[in-house]
Design a protein around this ligand. Structure first.
Ligand SMILES: [Zn+2]
Length: 271
């Protein structure tokens, strides 16, 4: 990984800008009962508690078989989560309904952008054509009606925040274009791996919880101290026994009173 430039801000407050709903947000007249309520996607300042660990559960590649299981489980356990979705996967009334359900479930759940085509699996070609790659993200932003400009790159762990870009040489041109267009790119600190033949999770839930707590104990392993972004894929948990693995993982993390589950729009230093 080549760091293009990293500047860290001491401030722990997310500013309220660049939301696609900012026109609504900046209308500071209090709504009366007869007018539409303030849009729920209005960005509000977020103040962090330095005694807490912030855990961002993120599920990639939905809508797919497993998305509903992850969503239902997180809802049942009362934990927030983020779904990075792929535009072309929302191709039927059923999959579009899942996207809409998650979009509307904010602030407990957040829908984010994971491209239209997922690079069609050809990551090198995709990122070697940064203009084409960015258009692919813009199309997903529109087709999925993603509320915030928050992206995860397919097949690549890169970060673009308000004051920092961390990207490999392959993706740095794409990241710069996305940054210029006001997008955030979110990578991950810890990944729950899956078997590429079966899509089943590799690590046991106890092991994953240990890895997460280990990363929190050693801040150098994290992109931002006290904040851990966990990457998983919806399809890993589509079968009941593996939905149960996810439940065990979340239950172990919940036992630590310092742990707070948040959606990724509350990650520090977003645009
Ligand atoms: Zn993906």
């Amino acid at each position: 990984m080549r760091a293009v430039g990293i500047l860290l801000l001491a401030s722990c407050v997310i500013s309220c800008q660049n939301s696609p709903f900012s026109e609504v947000a900046t209308n500071n007249k209090k709504p009366k009962k007869s007018v539409a309520p303030i849009d729920k996607f209005e960005r509000k300042p977020f103040v962090y508690d330095s005694t807490k660990n912030y855990i961002y559960l993120t599920f990639d590649d939905g809508p797919q078989n497993g998305t509903q299981a992850c969503y239902n489980l997180c809802k049942q356990l009362g934990v927030k989560a983020t779904f990075f979705m792929v535009g072309k996967h929302a191709s039927s009334p059923k999959t579009n309904a899942i996207v809409a359900e998650i979009r509307e479930a904010y602030p407990n759940f957040l829908l984010c952008n994971h491209s239209t085509t997922h690079a069609s699996g050809h990551y090198k070609y995709f990122y070697q054509h940064p203009q084409m790659a960015t258009e692919d993200f813009y199309a997903a932003q529109k087709s999925l009606n993603v509320p915030y400009k928050i992206i995860r790159l397919p097949g690549n762990n890169a970060w673009v925040l308000k004051d920092a870009i961390k990207a490999s040489h392959l993706v740095d041109s794409t990241c710069i274009l996305l940054n210029n267009a006001g997008y955030n790119v979110i990578g991950w600190d810890v990944e729950w791996n899956f078997n590429h033949k079966t899509a089943n999770p590799v690590q046991k839930p106890q092991r994953m919880a240990y890895v997460v707590h280990g990363a929190l104990a050693k801040p150098k392993r994290l992109f931002t101290k006290n904040h851990v972004v966990i990457l998983a894929h919806d399809r890993m948990f589509r079968n009941a026994n593996y939905t149960d693995s996810l439940a065990k993982f979340i239950t172990i993390l919940k036992q630590n009173p310092k742990n707070v589950f948040e959606t990724i729009d509350h990650y520090p230093r977003l645009e």
